[in-house]
Design a protein around this ligand. Sequence first.
Ligand code: 4NP
Length: 172
Amino acid sequence: MSVVPPPPRTPGRYRIALVCLGNICRSPMADVVLSARVADAGLDDVVEVVSAGTGGWHAGEPMDRRAAALLTAEGYDASRHRAQQVRASWLDTYDLVLAMDDANLADLQALGPADPARVRLFRDFDPEGTGEVPDPYYGGDAGFRDVLTLVERTADALTGDLLHVVLPTGHP
Ligand code: 4NP
């Protein structure tokens, strides 16, 4: 599904939170990849990307070592991530709060009133599909590679959309 991101709450600034269950596999991968795409597009001064888990069990921990190994092999910096738990206030402060799966989205919606244009599935911005980013935690390496494929494709599309939504001219 390809939707257009909503306008920024504050002109000239765009804040995106990526959310999964534990904040050690999927949302950190999406965070690292989207941050890299945003930087490549010259938007890192105006677009903020963070990630969090609906649960706080892994708070303070680095990324899952399988996720970090794959990202590193693909040329990304996975070293800076530390897990944190999402806060209810994010529903009102971030321009987009993007859940990796349906359960993550339901957990976000349970935190308080959520604008459906801003609090939604990450893959709503996937130009070639829709639905969930499957949880790779209990599976093998192929699951992490599948996550990276979905995340890279969706991050590419979202970054292209942001150029138009954040910068009125569409140019950095
Ligand atoms: P994530 O994966 O939500 O993509 O970070 C998981 C991480 C940890 C657990 C489950 C899923 N866990 O049960 O601890």
